[in-house]
Write a protein that binds this ligand. Sequence first.
Ligand SMILES: Nc1ncnc2c1ncn2[C@@H]1O[C@H](COP(=O)(O)OP(=O)(O)OP(=O)(O)O)[C@@H](O)[C@H]1O
Ligand SMILES: [Mg+2]
Length: 183
Amino acid sequence: MMKDFAMHIMDIAQNSVSAGASEITVEIFESERTDLFALTIRDNGKGIPADMIDKVTDPYVTSRTTRKVGLGLPLLKQHANSTGGSLMLDSAEGKGTEVRATFGLSHLDRQPLGDIAGTIVLLAAANPQIRFVYKHSTDTGSYIFDTVEVNQMLEDMSIAEAPVIRFLREMIEENLKEIKISG
Ligand SMILES: Nc1ncnc2c1ncn2[C@@H]1O[C@H](COP(=O)(O)OP(=O)(O)OP(=O)(O)O)[C@@H](O)[C@H]1O
Ligand SMILES: [Mg+2]
């Protein structure tokens, strides 16, 4: 089961939402010069207990009760490893969690980015109480989307209104084109 990056972001950010985070940051750094692609997702949620941290990247560990296997982290790790990269987990109970995965940008097993703009906007619209920050950097430049700034710009409109969702998605896509993100 190969996931594109938008799907990974949805999975990992959903873990942060479940962990009660009030701030979630998604960072992508990609460089053709160094052939690196790095995805970092950071939250201030409840964290992962120390005795669980080594186990969560193994596909049979989950704190879910509805299904026996957790797959978000293992699939991200498998994807990273298949491109010569790795997954790093840093978490402190009561403080938060950082998931960082690196990839070989030009590696044939590196999956496409997918609909990252749509995914970020959907996460923000579905969780209006959470601050989402999305930062994407390339050799050309960087772009930052921050729901605190977006809410100021929107004034009385809600991020969850369909026309607003469409507008924000297009706005992000335009900005990503300008910094020449990879496919
Ligand atoms: N950001 C996080 N904060 C706190 N705990 C986390 C976080 N990310 C993962 N975990 C813990 O690690 C477990 C494994 O996560 P993973 O995403 O791999 O599977 P899952 O969320 O349990 O199931 P799935 O993602 O397949 O629906 C989670 O059940 C949760 O206990
Ligand atoms: Mg999960």
